[in-house]
Design a binder for this molecule. Structure first.
Ligand SMILES: *Cc1c(COP(=O)(O)O)cnc(C)c1O
Length: 467
């Protein structure tokens, strides 16, 4: 099976896996999605029970990769990727209550679930670039978790230089140090004298600008629109349901989500044959997705800063991938929907809304509720959760009702990454950084402060990528 990829807007060329990996956004402004999905029968799922994380990842991921990477190489890449995780199970499950579990997705090098995809993405890119004899430049903007995960994922890549822009003096010290203490000749941290939106705007402008890199080098995006990231995230839905051993009854998942990337991977897992009852969209005050389910309208409001900053978004870019299915996979129809959204708001048809509600449920938490939930889980389980995970466990309980299904909340970050929320919850304990980061505050940092000026940033990049 060699899966091809099409753009949600129907105007860009159909690509294979390798080209999708390098493309990021499609040339028509859409997002790439597979033309077909591999499916797994009950017997196949039973046979996969007990597989190690990298072996299971091979089963799930290889049909999407097709013949772009041969079996031995792909297995080696997956083994190496998941050997970076601290816990031998890679994604361990913790039981909180009868029928309530937490899936710890923060055992990777940067303590957030983004490591699952970005550790893999860096290695996949480096592998195909070596074969093609090409070098690329990754450029990204970050307000926190994505930047450090992307930097860690690329630190040993021979064929990639990475430039991550963060707003100077406006990211937390833990998050900044996780980026700036990775010292390698291909890692470039740019502290921009502006805010996150300024950083983001410069990245967007660079992707449509005249080529400015030496030797016609390609610019690659690693934000969650990159298909390979979604693909990597499908694996842990299978892994956790198989570990619970409940293949005769469906499992539900509660997913703290902003960009709809992580939960879209759960939707695909269901379509691939995993018995899934409900996918719970857990959001903070930036509730664009919750409003879709409760009001039937997809529309943006202004940004509200919260204690769960990794979900502070106004547009859920990956929601377009679900809308494409709701539009009957018709690129022209989807393009009209996205134009309506851009003009103010998209009202879903009754049919599309009903279809969405059969698969998804949603809940929104305020900062106060988030803090209460951290305190509640601490007092009943002695288990410390980060604010994003807290929104997930709260939504899990609210939406589970009297269902008999196992409910798994995705724990998207380690609590030590978000000390402000832990302190605000008033429990009087501090989350400790894991051993590999215990000396983070003593480590040497390297970053360049640059003005909020596109030309200067591009000149800096051109002069500083490796030969
Ligand atoms: C990125 C992130 C999220 C949101 O993930 P999406 O894929 O954008 O939905 C949630 N929690 C944490 C800790 C994150 O870093």
């Amino acid at each position: 099976m060699s899966i091809r990829y099409v753009s949600t807007r129907g105007q860009a060329p159909e690509l294979n896996f390798e080209d999708v990996l390098l493309a990021g956004l499609a040339s028509d402004g859409g997002l790439y999605v597979p033309t077909e999905l591999p499916t797994f029968s009950h017997e196949q799922l039973v046979a996969m029970q007990g597989m190690s994380y990298p072996d299971l990842a091979y089963e799930i991921v290889s049909p999407f990769v097709g013949d772009c990477i041969d079996e031995a190489d792909l297995r080696a890449i997956l083994n190496e990727t998941y050997a970076e995780f601290r816990h031998p199970a890679v994604a361990p499950l913790i039981q909180l209550d009868h029928n309530q579990w937490v899936l710890e997705l923060f055992q990777g090098p940067t303590l957030a679930f983004k490591d699952f995809a970005l550790q893999l993405l860096g290695r996949l890119l480096d592998h195909v670039l070596a074969r093609r004899g090409e070098k690329v430049v990754i450029m990204g903007a970050t307000s926190g978790d994505t930047g450090s995960a992307a930097i860690e994922g690329c630190r040993r890549c021979e064929n990639i230089d990475i430039f991550i822009l963060h707003p100077h003096e406006r990211v937390s010290e833990v998050q900044r140090r996780q980026m700036t203490t990775v010292i390698a000749p291909n890692i470039h941290n740019l502290a921009i004298q502006g805010n996150f939106d300024d950083c983001q705007a410069m990245v967007k402008a660079s992707f449509v600008a005249e080529p400015f890199l030496p030797g016609g080098r390609r610019l690659v995006a690693v934000n969650s629109i990159n298909w390979a990231r979604i693909m990597a995230q499908i694996v842990y839905y299978f892994y956790s349901a198989l570990a619970l051993g409940r293949l005769d009854a469906p499992t539900s998942f509660s997913v703290p989500t902003g960009n709809f990337g992580d939960i879209f991977a759960g939707y695909l897992a269901k379509k691939m044959g995993l018995p899934v009852e409900k996918l719970v969209i857990a959001t903070n005050k930036n509730d664009v997705l919750h409003r879709v389910l409760t009001e039937g309208v997809y529309s943006r409001l202004s940004l509200e800063p919260t204690l769960s900053p990794s979900m502070d978004i106004t547009v859920s870019s990956n929601f377009e991938r679900l809308l494409f299915d709701l539009a009957g996979r018709d690129g022209d129809e989807l393009s009209r929907w996205m134009a309506t959204f851009a003009e103010g708001g998209l009202a879903l048809s009754t049919e599309a809304l009903e279809q969405t509600k059969t698969m998804f449920d949603s809940h929104r938490c305020s900062d106060d509720e988030t803090c209460e939930e951290i305190a509640q889980v601490w007092s009943s389980n002695g288990y410390l959760i980060d604010p994003h995970t807290a929104i997930g466990t709260k939504a899990a309980r609210v939406c589970h009702g009297d269902s008999q299904a196992a409910m798994v909340t995705l724990a998207t970050a380690h609590p030590a990454k978000f000390p402000a929320a832990i302190e605000a919850s008033g429990i009087g304990v501090e989350a400790q950084l894991p051993r590999h980061l215990a000396d983070l505050f003593e480590r040497q940092e390297a970053f360049d402060v640059l003005p909020n000026d596109l030309a200067e940033v591009q000149t800096f990049m051109a002069e500083n990528c490796r030969a």
